[in-house]
Design a binder for this molecule. Structure first.
Ligand SMILES: Cc1cc2nc3c(=O)[nH]c(=O)nc-3n(C[C@H](O)[C@H](O)[C@H](O)COP(=O)(O)OP(=O)(O)OC[C@H]3O[C@@H](n4cnc5c(N)ncnc54)[C@H](O)[C@@H]3O)c2cc1C
Length: 489
């Protein structure tokens, strides 16, 4: 979208029949689900990208700010989370007496961290100059080096459950709050300060809108057209060879496929220097997810748009996932009931329910083909017993399951690690695959397995960084990221 606006001739080759990857729509029997992302954060970033492509978000997408943002359920205690600061303080105090004041300290301290650290994620780290910048120097005191996200949030809140309410967001990166670097306190901050949005029709409307804007700017999008290999000659990419036998030559190649999968499958073995299969194996990966998408013949008005039901022993559940690589019987469940906000997702009076259970990636060796039906029944038992979705089985009209095995084998996600490689400090910034590929020239990388990391806002940044590097190389004008200022509510 950005490059076509700047006058580059762009061809997009997408293996799937629809655009969007993990952010595509899953349509079944009149129900429409988002395959992956359901929380849109930092919506102002989307506005910047559309603006840079010569468009306005509101001409393409109907974004709705959610209030309350989500329900968190710890055993029989329920916390409604809202971005309305005074209301949130009162919600906290009503369940965790005297703890509401911690929210003021959270806002005050974390606003500074966000302001100084976020611009560091917008840099490219392709050369040493990124490391000697004023931006990085100013950010240094806010790094929370050596402290986990859980440590950082423990400064504001005493209660264990409240600490979890502000740290479970590490799951968006596929990590536990105890292993997630403290700098990611930026995520709960941006949720509270800048809001969570739904897009009417589903978040899959976002890549569809990007594709539409790109085509309007002259890009050509070829769906159901898989790339077999990136062609490399004399240490530089020269184009792509397609599965259908055609060759497409280009001055620059941008790879958006899952990074681990691309290294293992799309780059010629002799061209791999730093990112060898051996290095891939020694890299740490995020968790995976077990998904159930349910088309129901009713709407559960009593179910919130977003709700998370924590395992009774959340810490053990997370250790099972990322330390022992095994299934827990005591698991956490996220349920998204978007039909309470958006009637377009299902036939009238019906609803499209999305259920996500964090699971180990395929390092676990679990035989999901054998396990999946049994595990789905356990999740349905959990829903009927511990969530507003009583008797849900009686209302199921359609059901789709996706397991960690499916993410890897049907959707080309390395090890089924849905949130890509882990986000420990040793795999961030310069240590994450650069947006200008290090192994050969004229090749750029975007997506969750590259800098700055997994999640919609960061993959948008990866795309902007790559587009700007290419524009700079070809002496084409572009707008760099704006200096951060708190967006108006
Ligand atoms: C279940 C789940 C829930 C999530 N929830 C959230 C959320 O609420 N909020 C949030 O911000 N993020 C969320 N995420 C993370 C977010 O979805 C990802 O960070 C992001 O979508 C990854 O985008 P990507 O471009 O890196 O990869 P993908 O979206 O996987 O895109 C890769 C594309 O490459 C294509 N491709 C692969 N191989 C080839 C080939 N050989 N030839 C041509 N094309 C090929 C694929 O078909 C795909 O379209 C979630 C992810 C999952 C899985």
């Amino acid at each position: 979208m950005l490059l076509s606006k700047r006058g580059f001739e762009v061809d997009v080759f997408e293996k799937a029949p629809v655009i969007g990857g993990r952010t595509a729509a899953l349509e079944r029997d009149g129900y429409r689900f988002d395959l992956g992302p359901t929380f849109l954060m930092m919506k102002y970033l989307l506005d910047e990208l559309f603006h840079d492509a010569g468009c306005r978000t509101e001409d393409y997408l109907d974004c709705v700010r959610l209030d309350p943002m989500y329900r968190l359920q710890f055993g029989d205690r329920k916390l409604m989370v809202t971005g309305n600061r005074e209301q949130m303080k009162s919600n906290i105090d009503s369940i965790f007496p005297g703890e509401g004041k911690g929210l003021d300290a959270f806002y005050e301290r974390e606003a500074k961290r966000f302001k100084f650290l976020y611009p560091c994620l917008q840099k490219d780290y392709c050369g040493l100059e990124a490391f000697v910048s004023l931006t990085l120097l100013k950010a240094f005191p806010h790094l929370a080096a050596g402290r986990s996200l859980y440590d950082v949030l423990s400064e504001y809140f005493e209660s264990e459950e409240l600490r979890l309410a502000f740290t479970f967001q590490s799951k968006y990166l596929g990590m536990a709050p105890w292993e997630c670097p403290g700098l990611f306190a930026m995520i709960p901050y941006t949720e509270h300060a800048h809001g969570i949005y739904h897009v009417q029709g589903g978040l899959s409307e976002i890549p569809r809108a990007f594709a539409k804007a790109a085509e309007q700017n002259g890009a050509r999008i070829h769906t159901s057209t898989a790339v077999k290999q990136v062609l490399v000659q004399k240490g530089a990419a020269i184009g792509v060879q397609l599965e259908n036998g055609e060759t497409h030559l280009a001055d620059e190649v941008i790879v958006n496929a899952d990074f681990g999968y691309a290294v293992a499958n799309l780059f010629p073995p002799e061209a791999r220097k730093k990112w060898t299969p051996k290095k891939l194996e020694s890299t740490k990966y995020s968790c995976s997810t077990f998904m159930i998408y349910l088309g129901l013949d009713r709407i559960y008005e009593e179910g919130e748009h977003h709700a998370i039901f924590f395992a009774e022993n959340y810490k053990k559940n997370l250790e099972d996932i990322s330390v022992h690589f095994r299934k827990s019987d005591d698991f956490s469940v996220y349920i998204r009931n978007a039909s309470v906000t958006d009637p377009s997702l299902a036939p009238a009076g019906h609803s499209a329910l999305y259920v996500l259970v964090p699971m180990p990636n395929n390092t676990s060796g679990i035989d999901w083909e054998d396990e999946k039906e049994r595990f789905a029944e356990k999740v349905l038992d959990f829903m009927e017993a511990r969530t507003p979705y009583k008797n849900v089985r009686q209302h199921i009209r359609t059901q789709v399951l996706i397991t960690p095995w499916d993410w890897e084998n049907k959707r080309d996600i390395y090890k089924g690690a849905t949130f890509n490689m882990g986000h420990g400090l040793g795999q961030l910034l310069n240590f994450r695959p650069h947006n200008k590929f290090e192994d050969f020239e004229r090749c750029y990388l975007v997506g969750g397995g590259t800098h700055p990391g997994s999640g919609l806002p960061t993959i948008f940044e990866s795309a902007r960084i790559a587009a700007n590097l290419i524009s700079k190389k070809h002496a084409v004008d572009f707008t760099p990221p704006r200096p951060f200022s708190e967006p108006s509510a």
